[in-house]
Design a protein around this ligand. Sequence first.
Ligand SMILES: Nc1ncnc2c1ncn2[C@@H]1O[C@H](COP(=O)(O)OP(=O)(O)O)[C@@H](O)[C@H]1O
Ligand SMILES: [Mg+2]
Length: 422
Amino acid sequence: MYPDWPQSTADLVPLPNCDGPKLEAFDFQGPQKIKFLDHIGDGAHSRVFKVEILERVYALKIFRFVYDYDWLGPYNYTHPDNLEAMSAFYNYSEPFSAECRAFGRLKEAGYEKLAVPCFGYLLLNEDHERVLMEQFSNLNLNFNGNGDYPGGDDMRARFLGRDGRPPPLRAIVKEFGQADEPLRTKGARTLLQDMIKLQQLGIISLDVAHRQLVDGKLADLSTAITLPHFITTPELNSRLNPEWISAMEYQTFHFCIYDFQSFDEMVEEWNDDHENRKDKISVHAFPGGNYFQVPHNLRRLPSRERVYSFVDPRLWRNSVIADAETSGTKAARGQSSGQKAKKSNPKKGITRRRLCANPPKWYYDCDSTVAAKLKRISFSTSLSWEYEDGLIFPRNKTYKYHGPPINFAELSTKVPDPLHVD
Ligand SMILES: Nc1ncnc2c1ncn2[C@@H]1O[C@H](COP(=O)(O)OP(=O)(O)O)[C@@H](O)[C@H]1O
Ligand SMILES: [Mg+2]
């Protein structure tokens, strides 16, 4: 499941190990050599360091071995010791895999500039891990658990490597940039356009917030869902019945609309915190910045006008088909598109499609109660997932919890609620 200690560079295969986009290993042009300069940030899934590699400064996001409930996936139904099932989920929705997939898509589609540039993943070798721990001993570094509830159960040692050792620390190398920059109207407008393009490339669940921005771009894609994905793509499971297919469509729509609602919420929070008029942001995704404020009599509108998001990410193949056609890959045999390939990238010899600033909106057909629910900015996943016979099935969420025994008493007095259901 977790990548094992590499015995040679041949083991550093693109990750994750499943269908869909993958991220290549960082090229050290020789043995791994990293100089740790500073600790620059923390998040739920990682600790981030400023490093120097081959005389260039980068940000190195070192991932924690987070709890199962931090993955978008196994949740209630999968036995935590079932390596086959956990691996299936790991590859799609564990934060490190999720981030590899999203950056992999940006690279394969030639749109790396839609997020902070990424230069590959790395598996920290033992010497570097020792140096890291010693150099930052004041931080009591521990990569088990998440940002709120670190330590505790030894998540890293749950699935041991070939020689019985816990697996290496996994990290992603990114451009070092400026976090916490003030938000401006121009930057917010660009971010919104980038989000629309990211979703057209089949990357959703972007966790949009001011704290996630570096140099004005999204830097954190560890919650991202990149299509094809078991949550969004019924074609991955031939045994789904129509009821589950519509449940997945609802879930996918919810992820999509939530990204734009989060954008509006970010702007609203910024404006609330900045009294001065010149600091106010005047860009919104939805009219007025908040669906709820739209004075509609929902019941009198035809259902398709009731609720929409800005992109249908299920059409992502339309955006990258030109690349696939030129390279003759599997995706070329997928959907065709009426759009013309417009941009060429002479460096890589690929032709890529120009993404639309205003793609057709995705209207979700539903009754007014569901529409009203979707317009409320509150997100929680509506489905659980179960692995059976090599396939992943959606299930209704229930209060039944078969997860690992979590000793929260050791972690904190405040216990998160992995059983929470809306
Ligand atoms: N490329 C970067 N340059 C500078 N700072 C960064 C960079 N990437 C992340 N950071 C800092 O580290 C913090 C955590 O990184 P993030 O990717 O959001 O991790 P997580 O997935 O754990 O939330 C960010 O909020 C930011 O302050
Ligand atoms: Mg973050």
